[in-house]
Structure formats: structure tokens, C-alpha cells
Design a protein around this ligand. Structure first.
Ligand SMILES: [Zn+2]
Length: 245
């Protein structure tokens, strides 16, 4: 299928293509990833996640539509909730930061599709600047928590995908702003060696995930995520298991 803005996030597109978020979903729990693909489970959209989306949509130029589609960002009196007033302050601050804005000055939300490691992928880039860089915008709670979200995997797949489609290998940056009272912000380049390592990790795991997606092998249940808890039945267990974690 040919992807565009209206079908990019559709169930059909998710079944046909892998994406960075789908790959990361398989990494954290294979059973949940499959349940999401089959429409049996939806991860709740928290307000914290919506704050990031709010800022993303502003820079995409689609904030009006986003606000219409997400009434949860308003109070009953139809005022913006505190988190989203904060999001507006974040936007105002980064708009005044020339370096930050420059890092995001490429083509917005460009869709790429490509074959990598034997499977079709889709990617939607926050800022694609041919000849210069790929940059993704992140709104996070704390700067030091950045690596735990494995954005190196995102960078590795975006970089490789752009290279496959255009023949050009571009550096990958994260333009990051924090939600702290005093906002921190920086533009982090993910080193090539880190991207290379992340890409190898994708290569090592994608075959298994593709087989699970095709129904050839059974997904493993992590046993700890909300999806696994929602479908489990109680069992009698050894108390000392709890001491080993
Ligand atoms: Zn799980």
C-alpha cells in the first residue's frame, strides 16, 4: 500500500509495515505488540504523552486539528489543562532559540518506506534536511532519562531508511526540550558508532518479530506489562521469586 498522512497510522499500514515504535513495542513485550496489531489491546494515551504530541503538532502546523481530536486536553470549562499551558510555554521558549529552530528547519513529517533486513518499514521524520541532517523533536521529563527511551534505534532506522531511499547517509540529531520548571534544551547528535550498534540489534531481532507477526511463531508474554496483567490468571508461586528481581 502507498502511505500518506491519512493512512500512515492505520491498522492496515501497521500490519504491512514495521515502524520504530512497533519494533520497540515487540522489544518490550511480544504478546502485547501482537495484541495491539490485532486490535485486542490499546495502550492508554496518557496526558504526559499528549504533551509531547501537542508540541509535535505545533511544529508540524497541525495543532488545530490535534486540539479538535483530543478533547482531553481541555477542562470542562474548555480551558487548556495546566500541562498544555505548559506545552505552550515550551513552544514559546524553543521558538526563540535560533539553534533549536534551525535544527528542526527541514521538511516536516516526510514519510519514507523501504525494505530493510527483509521486511518493509515505514518512517515519518520530524525534520528531514537533505544534505544536512535528520532531526527528531523530543519533549521529555528529564534530560538524563533520554537514553532509556532507546532513541538510538530510531536514529539507526531513520538513517538507514533515508540512505536506502536517497543514497545519502545523514547524521541523526535529537532536539530535546524538558518539561522541568526551568526548561533545559539541547541538540544531541547520536554518534555513528552508537547508531551502528543499534542497527545491529535491529538486525538480530527483526527476523523473530517478523515471524511472530506472520503467525509462524508464538509471541512470548513478558508477564509484567499492563496487557499481560489484564489477561493473566493467578497462579501459586514461590515467594522468593520476588527477592530475585
Ligand atoms: Zn507483556
Amino acid at each position: 500500500m502507498l502511505l500518506n498522512d491519512s493512512n500512515y497510522y492505520s491498522d492496515e499500514a501497521n500490519r504491512e509495515f514495521f515502524s520504530v515504535s512497533q519494533f520497540k513495542s515487540f522489544m518490550s513485550c511480544e504478546a502485547r505488540a501482537i495484541a495491539e496489531l490485532n486490535g485486542e489491546y490499546k495502550r492508554p494515551v496518557t496526558r504526559a504523552l499528549l504533551v509531547g504530541s501537542f508540541v509535535d503538532h505545533y511544529f508540524e502546523g497541525t495543532l488545530d486539528d490535534f486540539m479538535k481530536e483530543n478533547p482531553a486536553i481541555f477542562t470542562r470549562k474548555h480551558e487548556l489543562r495546566a500541562e498544555f499551558k505548559r506545552a505552550n510555554e515550551i513552544i514559546k521558549t524553543v521558538k526563540e532559540d535560533v539553534k533549536f529552530m534551525d535544527s528542526l528547519s527541514g521538511e516536516k513529517q516526510r514519510i519514507f518506506t523501504f525494505d530493510l533486513f527483509g521486511v518493509p518499514w515505514k518512517a515519518k521524520l520530524d525534520s528531514y534536511n537533505p544534505g544536512k541532517a535528520i532531526t527528531d523533536l523530543k519533549v521529555v521529563a528529564r534530560m538524563y532519562k533520554l537514553p532509556q527511551w532507546r532513541y538510538d534505534i530510531q536514529g539507526a532506522i531513520y538513517q538507514k531508511g533515508v540512505e536506502i531511499v536517497t543514497g545519502e547517509k545523514l547524521p541523526f540529531y535529537l532536539a530535546v526540550v524538558t518539561k522541568e520548571k526551568v526548561m533545559d534544551r539541547d541538540i544531541w547528535q547520536v554518534p555513528q558508532s552508537t547508531l551502528d550498534m543499534a542497527l545491529r540489534q535491529v538486525e538480530e531481532n527483526i527476523g523473530r518479530y517478523a515471524d511472530i507477526k506472520a503467525g509462524l511463531i508464538e509471541p512470548v508474554h513478558c508477564g509484567k506489562c499492563d496487557y499481560c496483567k489484564s489477561i493473566k490468571q493467578a497462579s501459586v508461586r514461590n515467594y522468593n521469586e520476588l527477592l530475585e528481581v
